[in-house]
Write a protein that binds this ligand. Sequence first.
Ligand code: ZN
Length: 281
Amino acid sequence: MPDFEHLIYEKPEEGIARIWLNRPEVRNAQDTELLSELNDAFDVARGDDGVKVVILAAKGPHFSAGHDLAEGGTRKAEAGRKRVTSWKGGAWDGAEAYYMREKEVYEGFCLRWRDLAKPTIASVHGKSIAGGLMLIWPMDFVIASDDASFQDNTMYMGIPGVEYFAHVWELGIRKAKEFLLTGQPITAEEAERAGMVNKVVPREELEEATLAFARTIADKPSFALKLGKDAINAAFSAQGFDNVQRGAFNAHHLAHTHYRLTADGSFLDPDFAKRFKPRAK
Ligand code: ZN
């Protein structure tokens, strides 16, 4: 078992693994370290025949504030980490460097976790913003507390959506456009109505409700669960997700590059940029 710094890994009951995001002081902002640890934790659960289902939950007031922009997309944090895509390697710089990094630690991880050969449940409370969605959408089920809200605010940064472009599959075309182009948050109830959330429960019941849901999966044969999940995930490909993801990821990087080439070198809206000043550690 790896030594996790940003996560807690536990087995609360037979057949169930639970991973807690544990950077509450920065609202579980995702730096490369946290994402790599999460990938390792999913691997621990996958390799443990005693685990049938995996819960991803979060400590602190919010599920996740998104990518840790204070990290600044450095390559240093990736050194020595397991690779999940075949994109990395060699000397690269400029737009290529940025593209490779996000292909690996954002898109690569999301696709890998979506296809993990065991059912996964996101247990979500508080706010989930931008990259926060990328820990939720790749999971198979979402149980949300009534205080939960979800937002893709990348449009404020001049970026057309987070790096995992599942908006349409999560919300349907009409609601996905509203979600992406207005950048406004939606409540747990709205997300449930749109089909993004399986169940909404009172905040104080979230932990137990998630465990209860997990039990209804953990009592089934592991091989059948894997096959059933894989059969439903095949619909992503059949519905064209792979092509949509490629196009959206490239558009995302066109926008990244555009704002790095323009006068201020970063964000479109300076007031918004101010709110994302690196935090004191
Ligand atoms: Zn990006």
